[in-house]
Design a protein around this ligand. Sequence first.
Ligand code: PLP
Length: 452
Amino acid sequence: PKTARPNTPAPEDLTTWDRDHHLHPWAAVDHWRETEYERIEQAEGIHVWNAEGRRLIDGPGGMWCVQIGYGNREIAEAIAEQAVRMPYASPWSGTNAPAAELAHRIAEMAPGDLNTVHFTTGGSTAVDTALRTAQFLNNQLGRPEKKIILAREKGYHGSTYLAASVTGKERFRTRFDRDARVHFLPDVNPYRRPEGMSVEDWCDAKVADLENAIAEIGPERIGAFIAEPILCSGGVIVPPEGYHRRTLEICRRHDILYISDEVVTGFGRLGHWFASEEVFGIKPDIITCAKGLTSGYQPLGACILSDEIMDRLAAAGDSSVFYNGYTYSGHPVACAAALKNIEIMERDRILEHVREVSPHFHARLAELADHPIVGDVRGMGLLGCVEARLGAGTLEEDSRFGEELDAVCEEMGLILRPIFNMAVFSPPLIISKAQIDEMFDILARGLDRVAA
Ligand code: PLP
């Protein structure tokens, strides 16, 4: 490590305290008292240092979020300045300058008439707000039966009750309850299409899945369709060309709100502030974002609503209240971090950089496709996934592929995010071409070692 943290407890104590008292996300209940999590001590640029002082490329970019990289003093100073000036302001009784300015900036960046921003504490609460808004709107409009939410298998939308309810990852072995008013559409992954089927026919089939679900359930009972432009936690699944536009048109026809969950794809991951319109050509009714909004320097999310929704809510004509909001909605320190993050991204031309290096990233990713244990490689922008070839090993070996690849790559200086038979990566957006090469060189050697 570059410098030791002052007054740090002994490493053995930290390990014990973490194991005994810190319940991590997605901990396995049968061995949560035995699991030792790696402790990250410092970070700079695209690298993190672990407790032994080893430097590692942060393949997942934190958790798909550290866009401008670690150790940025400018954003740290903006956070400190705001914390000293005014660390908190209630969004109920007043407003604050960073929140007002950030709402204005986001409205400028968001497509079309998406001009109203409700700040949240992260991605899950942004999704929760979007879904509650859809319920609220239909209650306001006097159609309380229009409540079913269409979501997709392999989609991930978070951990609040509603966001978890629309999450369609079938492999989550969990006994948590979920809201029953959700209907899941089948996997859209082109890699999973039947042998011999063209991608165009696969797209038709996936659009038909939506149409059939609407015909079966009845459009008068469906309030919203929620979709990530790319299903990231599901394994960086890029739906087939044309799918976004055609599904949006169907939703419009049936007055079903289209919620685009851009918690990962927003703020530069695909080389644009938002991917919905600029990459996929759609103007959704609601966009949710978080993560890259502050580059992970502060927790913050936003739910961005169209003028049309706001007008319809108002036109319903009663004095009903938008009864949603958080103590930390529009938190001045988090909003100050987001404003500085946006300023840095603009000044340093980060979006242009992503568009410039992405072709190289994908050329290197494509080279891995020929590896004997690789079944599929895919991605877009600075998002990538390597999936094991089905049957390359036993079923158990296939499902351990991500973990094994991550373990051998980590020995060589690269962290990945394992997801069963896949490993995904979304490095900080400031990654250079040379660093992309270093990353893929390690990945290639890692695949050889896993195969061996
Ligand atoms: N939506 C998507 C697409 C995500 O990938 C995530 C988190 O990974 C979330 C929502 C939830 O965000 P958070 O963990 O900030 O609550």
